[in-house]
Design a protein around this ligand. Structure first.
Ligand code: GTP
Ligand code: MG
Length: 231
C-alpha cells in the first residue's frame, strides 16, 4: 500500500468513514495521525463535526480517497446523528483501553450505527491508547471477544506512537472496496443494471449531496453485515 498523504486531486473512489466513541478516547488524534501523521497532545475536544481526507492506494492500484467524519463524543452533540451517518460505508467504534466506561458504552455506539447507518456499513472496533499498557483496564481478549460476538473487525491502536493506525484505516478501506465490487458484480449478474466501479467514479450510498479485528486472521469480519440482511 502506498502512502499518499501528499494529497492528490485524482482518485478512483471516495468512501465516507465515521468515527464514534466517548469523548476523550482519541478519535480526533487517530484522524490526525492517519491524515497528517501528527499527534497533538494539547488537542481540544471536538465541537460539532470535523472532516479530513487522505487518499491511499490499495492493493490493485486503485486510488481510494477516505473522507473521514469526526464528531464530538460528548452527549450533547449526539443530535447530529442522522446526517452524520448518511452515506457512510465504514465506521470506527473507538474506546480507550485505559477507560472502562468508554468500553462499556460501545454497545450504545453500536446501536447508533445500527439505527442510523446504511445496512452494509462495515464496522471496526478500535481500542486506542495501547501505548499506555501500564494503565490498561480492558484486556485485548475482551475487545476481541466483544467484536467477535457482534461480527465486527477489531484492532488496537496508539495515535500517540502510530501503532495500528494506518492498518485500521487501510483495512477498512480495502474491505469497503471489496464489498462494493462484490455487490455491484452481484447486481450485474442479477440483471439489475449494476456495474463494477469504474475509474473516477464516486461510490456513495444514497448521499450524493455529501461530496464534500481484524480477527486473528487479519480479515475483516462481515457477519454483522450479513446479520443485517446484506451480503
Ligand atoms: P472528543 O472530541 O471530545 O469526542 O474526544 P476525542 O475522542 O476526539 O479525543 P482526542 O483525540 O481529543 O484525545 C483526547 C485525549 O487523549 C488528548 O489529550 C489526547 O492527547 C489523548 N490521546 C489520544 N490518543 C492517544 C493515544 O493513542 N495515546 C495516548 N497516550 N493519549 C492519547
Ligand atoms: Mg475529537
Amino acid at each position: 500500500m502506498a502512502d499518499s498523504r501528499m494529497e492528490s486531486d485524482g482518485y478512483d473512489f471516495i468512501f465516507k468513514i465515521v468515527l464514534l466513541g466517548d469523548s476523550g478516547v482519541g478519535k480526533s488524534q487517530l484522524v490526525n495521525r492517519f491524515t497528517k501523521n501528527e499527534f497533538n497532545p494539547e488537542g481540544k475536544s471536538t465541537i460539532g463535526v470535523e472532516f479530513a481526507t487522505r487518499t491511499v492506494q490499495i492493493e490493485d492500484k486503485k486510488l481510494v480517497k477516505a473522507q473521514i467524519w469526526d464528531t464530538a463524543g460528548q452527549e450533547r452533540y449526539r443530535s447530529l446523528a442522522s446526517s452524520y451517518y448518511r452515506g457512510a460505508v465504514g465506521a470506527l467504534l473507538c474506546y480507550d483501553i485505559t477507560e472502562r466506561s468508554s468500553f462499556n458504552n460501545i454497545p450504545i455506539w453500536l446501536k447508533e450505527v445500527e439505527d442510523n447507518a446504511e445496512k452494509d456499513c462495515l464496522v471496526m472496533l478500535v481500542g486506542n491508547k495501547m501505548d499506555l499498557e501500564e494503565q490498561r483496564a480492558i484486556q485485548v481478549r475482551d475487545g476481541r471477544s466483544f467484536a467477535r460476538k457482534n461480527g465486527l473487525a477489531f484492532i488496537e491502536t496508539s495515535a500517540l506512537d502510530a501503532t495500528g493506525v494506518d492498518t485500521a484505516f487501510l483495512r477498512i478501506l480495502q474491505e469497503i472496496y471489496k464489498q462494493q465490487v462484490k455487490q455491484r458484480g452481484m447486481e450485474e449478474e442479477e440483471g439489475e443494471g449494476g456495474t463494477a466501479p469504474t475509474k473516477g467514479e464516486t461510490i456513495q450510498l444514497h448521499a450524493p449531496e455529501q461530496e464534500l479485528d481484524d480477527d486473528e486472521d487479519g480479515r475483516m469480519q462481515q457477519q454483522r453485515a450479513r446479520k443485517r440482511g446484506c451480503c
